[in-house]
Design a binder for this molecule. Structure first.
Ligand SMILES: N[C@@H](CCC(=O)N[C@@H](CS)C(=O)NCC(=O)O)C(=O)O
Length: 338
């Protein structure tokens, strides 16, 4: 069976899940003479609400105040044999608003009729040249940090942020170094654990995941680190860790068997950091984006689906707990700062 048809086949023959590299890797630039210049109303971001990758791009779109500049198009959270669909259900667009498609697959095939990879979100679409500019979230968020800044009010531009922005020049090396191990063992680590098809592959990824969470927990206890991973200001490292940790107790713990420890009970520092971001009350730029882009119900339902349980909806059992989805801050709902 060709790769195209195997949406629910996550693990390779040896039982190990290996994420395939993204295929579309162009960039939007603030340079007006570039192939994909930053322009209002030219680009659309295709997302779903469940996974950590597309919502990561959605979060940065909101944090940066790009809502009126880049269109957002949302797929249904139910992964089907045909990939992501547009259904009008649970926050999904009823049809792809640009072309009337009912499947995300059709968009990929419009961009490249020969495309043989997976039909993933996020996908950043250029309406002018009618192609996917990029479908790799880690690259899309970096474009969003700065490439649209000339179209934004001065206070939202990276050069005007007290800490130097989400990817400040003086921290780049350290952020890249952290991204590397956090990606391998945490962001993608939960997938390698949850999609493992053998006991051996499961355990091979489970223990490194919790070693990294222990390491992050210790880091917040060290001087100079906190309230955010690199001190007083939110950086890319926080953004990339956040979209995984906000799903941890409600989805990865239960559904992906990442169940040695829970954030809320076993990691007080990580839990504080997570709640500070979620309940930030507008303190982090263009505030509330950390809360407003989160959909806990979509994580519980979406991961049950993604694991390959292809039952009709009325046969699918979705875990209810833990309750609450996220705990409040100890001193009330809104982070008061340090
Ligand atoms: N490397 C990609 C991964 C994106 C990705 O795997 N997205 C998932 C959503 S969780 C997806 O679309 N999965 C559908 C599939 O693999 O068929 C990125 O970070 O942008």
């Amino acid at each position: 069976m060709p790769e195209k048809a195997q949406i629910f086949k996550h693990a390779d023959q040896d039982g190990r899940f290996r994420r395939k590299p993204s295929a579309f890797r162009d960039s939007i630039s603030r340079d007006p003479t570039s192939k994909f210049p930053a322009e209002k109303d030219r680009y659309a971001l295709y997302i779903n609400l469940g996974c950590p990758w597309a919502p990561r791009a959605n979060l940065v779109r909101s944090l940066k105040g790009l809502e009126s500049i880049i269109q957002l198009i949302t797929c249904d959270i139910k992964l089907t044999k045909e990939g992501w669909l547009f259904t009008g259900r649970d926050g999904s667009d009823a049809r792809d608003p640009l072309y009337g498609f009912t499947k995300l697959k059709d968009l990929y095939e419009k961009a490249d009729p020969e495309y043989e990879g997976r039909y993933t979100v996020p996908a950043l679409w250029d309406k002018k040249t009618e192609t996917i500019v990029n479908n790799e979230s880690s690259e899309i968020i970096r474009m969003f940090y700065s490439e649209f800044d000339d179209l934004l009010p001065v206070e939202l531009r990276e050069e005007n942020q007290p800490g130097g922005g989400y990817y400040p020049v003086h921290l780049r090396e350290e952020i890249d170094e952290m991204n590397e191990w956090v990606y391998n063992t945490v962001n993608n680590g939960v997938y390698k654990t949850g999609f493992a098809a053998t006991q051996e592959a499961y355990e091979e990824n489970l223990y490194p995941l919790f070693e990294s969470l222990d390491r992050l927990e210790r880091r917040f206890g060290e001087t100079g680190h906190g309230p955010y991973l690199f001190g007083d200001h939110v950086t890319e490292a926080d953004i990339r860790l956040y979209t995984t940790m906000i799903r941890f107790d409600v989805a990865y713990y239960n559904i992906f068997y990442c169940n040695l420890k829970m954030v809320r009970y076993d990691y007080p520092n990580l839990s504080q950091w997570l709640r500070n971001l979620y309940w930030d009350g507008g303190k982090v730029r263009n505030g509330h984006a950390f809360k407003d882009t989160v959909r806990f119900w979509a994580y519980k339902y979406g991961y049950m689906r993604a694991k390959g349980r292809d039952e009709p909806d009325d046969k699918l059992i979705v875990p209810k707990g833990p309750v609450p989805d996220i705990q409040p801050l100890d001193d009330g709902e809104v982070f008061k700062g340090n």
